[in-house]
Structures are given as C-alpha cells and as structure tokens.
Design a protein around this ligand. Structure first.
Ligand SMILES: [Zn+2]
Length: 464
C-alpha cells in the first residue's frame, strides 16, 4: 500500500456507519452448504507454510521498483507461473527518477545569498533571464498582465502551488520564484505536468530581500534549473489460467498483489504477503475445474503511486476490459500486529467509492463460511484496485486495518508474519474467486453474483 499524505474519506449518503464491532456472528446464507462443499475444493489445499516460504524468499532483500531486487522477484514469480503451465507474460514499463544537478537563482549577475534554492518537484529544466515582477500570492484574478515575459516572484500560501504556477503561466510568465510564507526553509513546491516553466523555491528571507530590491527599481533575475530525468524499468507479471474451451463463460476474474517494496524495506507484509497468496491460489486453481479465465497479476511500482497497475489497465484491450467481472487485490494480508482488536484479525475490504460491489459481496459471504465473520467493507484507494475500479470493474482491496507499526519500515520482516492471517485471507479470496470461476455457477449478469449474499457493514476505519 502506498503512502499518501492526505486521505479524504467521503461518506456517501445512506451509508451504514457501524461502531467497528462486527463480532463473529454466523449468518446463514442461501446455498451456504453447497458453497461450503465447493469452498473445500480450494481452501483445504491452501498451505500457509507455502505462503510463508514465499514471503521469506521475497523479503530477503528490498524489491524497490527499478532495482535488481525487483528484477529478482519478477523472475521468481514468472518462474512459478511458468512451472504451473500458465500463459505468462512479463510486461515492462518505464518509470522516472529525477536528479537535480543544480538550481541557481541569480540577480545582478551573481547567485543570491543564503540557502541554495530548490526546484519544485515536477519543475522542468530551463534557463531563463528576465525582469522580476512581484505578484504577491498569485491568486486568480490578481496577477497583472505585465507578468508576460517576466519571472513571477510569488509568496507561498492560501492556494496550492500548482494553482499559483498556473495563474502566472496563463498570463505568460517565463519562470516562478516562490518564497516561503514562514521561516521554515525552502523545501516546498510542486508543479504539474505541462507547467513547463522553471519553478524554484527560496527562503522567506531571500524572497523579502528581492521584494525590497524591487521597490528601488527594476531587477533582472536568472533561473537556471538543471534536472536530469533518469529512466528505469519496472514490470507487471501477468499469468492467464484459461478454462476448458467447451466450458467458457468468456468472463475474466483478476487476482492481484504488488511485488515491489519501498526503498530499503524488505516488504514482508507489504506486499510479499499478497504475492504469496496470488502464487498459492495460482497453484491450487491450476488443478481446479473452471469455466472462467482467472488471471493472476503482480504489479511493480505500486509504492510509487500505482504506476504498474495503471500502466497495465491502460494497455488492456477493450475486449479484455469488457470481459472482466471482478478484481481482488491483496495488499498486506499477513501482518501479525495489524488489525488492532477488530474482528477477523482486522481484515476489511476497501472499495474506491465506499460502496459494496460483487467482490465485497463475495468476500463477506466467504468470510461467513470460512471464519464465521461477515467481513466489513470501507472506503480506501492507495492500492492497485484503483485502476480496475476506474475501468468500471467491481474491485476491492483485502487488507488488515489499521496497519502495523512496521508499515514501510526496514522492520517489515518475516518474523512479523502470521500464518493464521495468511491462511484466512487466502481462504476468503480463494473461495470468492471460485464462486465465480467454478463451472456450477452461471456467468454473471450485470455483476450480480449467483449465490449466498450476507449482511455486512460499512466501517469508517482509518488504515493508518
Ligand atoms: Zn506499501
């Protein structure tokens, strides 16, 4: 799961807010008995020991996207799928790192005094020399036309960095020099794609000195930003398990996890745990009778902001998208210290829109059958279910929430993994996928599931 600074939780009208207690209550569902018989074909074969071994191997070293560690993981995962006889593809995609060689701000021919200026994240490389114009906070409607062809001197605050850059760009400014609104250094600033003028942050002191200087006459400034763009390669591993041709609904279920870790983190729970479940379910489904394609996926660059799954979604043929009926994402499903004292070890199903869907219906029902708990659902992005949701495919993230203290730390190691939690999550996802994929259930119409819907609750449970 990737880290995002601000998380907005929006509750849609009519959503049920529970207090967070959904204790083990067995809800009998229609067809529950026969569903259990079919569950057993999958869940009795799930081995938490297998999954644990996979996590131990994957977490021997960090798997940061674009590094040798990722390549090693990808080769291992690909090898596992191939040995099962799956149609396997490793799909490369580019990722970019940026190295700042220098950021210079000159006025009167020499570099300004004090702290070395910093480029905004997302700033372009460029070298411009032009008159400087003080435009205050660059609020919409306050930027004068005379900024055209000039470098805008802007004060931080009130509106976003991107809005400020856009407001002066729209009036023809050739550069942005922004000073802090507090004495808190110059580590700030963000420019968006397409805002192709150099944008630089300086301290409040440096900014106010320029404001003063402008009062006594024109000032010509130079912004010289040299940022190197370094391309690296990350990967998605795709493995297709095709049904027998005589019994094929034409539909596709996808099961995913992310194989990359954060920089320097072994990522045992995040997300070698999810990968281990993908591989374990692949092993079992390889021998199960199915009438629906089950597609197993592991994504790189999730930790960079869902780059791998977004790339994967963008390159899918329309015919595949039309046939995809459900996406199950497993991210952080083995954390011994995750979940606090919530039922089911804290297992929850997060959807992007906070609404129930086919995946959560199946997951809740499978939870009742396998552990006697109707797994709750909640609202969260931050993992690879998001691009699938955006394609209109019912999707959910299976995770223990709240996350453990070792989240994104070098201490996210194998000794913090609970075999019991791995087993439970894999059983629920495995049983849910099999509900769709087994030949006894008909093809899904309008994303409705054939069997066994149970009552389950919305929980406004923060993940961290
Ligand atoms: Zn993560």
């Amino acid at each position: 799961m990737f880290r995002r600074k601000s998380i907005i939780t929006i509750l849609a009208a009519g959503m049920v807010l529970s207090s967070g207690t959904v204790y083990a209550q067995t809800i009998s569902a229609p067809n529950a008995q026969s569903d259990t018989a079919f569950d057993n074909k999958i869940i009795k074969k799930i081995s938490a020991d297998n999954m644990y071994s996979t996590i131990a191997l994957l977490s021997e070293q960090p798997r940061e996207a674009g590094t040798e560690g990722e390549v090693r993981a990808v080769k291992y995962i690909e090898g596992q799928f191939k040995s099962l006889g799956f149609e396997t593809k490793v799909i490369p995609f580019p990722i970019y790192d940026y190295r700042t060689n220098h950021v210079w701000v000159k006025s009167g021919g020499s570099n300004i005094e004090g702290a070395e200026p910093r480029a905004f994240s997302g700033s372009v490389t460029g070298n411009v020399t032009a008159p400087l114009l003080n435009v205050g906070k660059a609020r919409l409607g306050e930027v004068p036309d005379e900024v055209a062809g000039k470098i805008a001197l802007v004060e931080r605050g009130d509106i976003t960095f991107i809005e400020k850059v856009q407001n002066v760009l729209d009036k023809g400014a050739v550069g942005v020099l922004m000073y802090n609104n507090s004495s808190n250094g110059n580590n700030f600033g963000q420019a968006a794609e397409g805002q192709d003028i150099p944008s630089v942050a300086i301290t409040r002191e440096q900014g106010l000195a320029l404001v003063e200087k402008l009062k006594s006459g024109p000032v010509t400034a130079t912004l010289d930003v040299d940022i190197e763009k370094i391309e690296k390669t990350s990967y998605v591993v795709e493995a297709k398990l095709k049904p027998n041709k005589n019994k094929d609904t034409g539909q596709i279920v996808t099961v995913g996890a992310h194989h990359d870790s954060v920089h320097g983190g072994p990522g045992a729970n995040d997300d070698a745990s999810g990968v281990s479940a993908v591989l374990e379910l692949a092993r079992i489904f390889a021998k199960a009778p199915i009438d629906t394609e089950v597609r197993f996926l592991t994504f790189g660059s999730e930790e960079r902001g869902l780059v791998g799954s977004s790339f994967y979604a963008s390159q899918l043929p329309k015919d595949d998208v039309d046939r995809m009926v459900a996406h199950f994402q497993m991210d952080m499903i083995g954390g011994r210290d995750a979940g606090a004292d919530n039922p089911a070890g804290g297992l929850i199903m997060y959807t992007i829109d906070g609404q129930k869907n086919l995946v959560t219906d199946l997951g809740a029902a499978a939870g009742v059958r396998t552990m006697g708990v109707a797994i709750p659902y909640g609202q969260l992005g931050r993992s690879d279910h998001q691009p699938f949701h955006e394609l209109g495919i019912p999707s959910a993230l299976f995770i223990h929430s709240p996350v453990e203290p070792w989240y994104h730390q070098p201490t996210d190691t194998i000794d913090k993994i609970s075999k019991e939690k791995l087993q439970q999550a894999a059983e629920i996802v495995g049983a849910s996928v099999y509900q769709i994929a087994r030949p006894e259930t008909p093809a899904l119409e309008n994303s409705r599931v054939a069997a066994g819907i149970v009552d389950y609750d919305f929980e406004d449970r923060p993940v961290d």
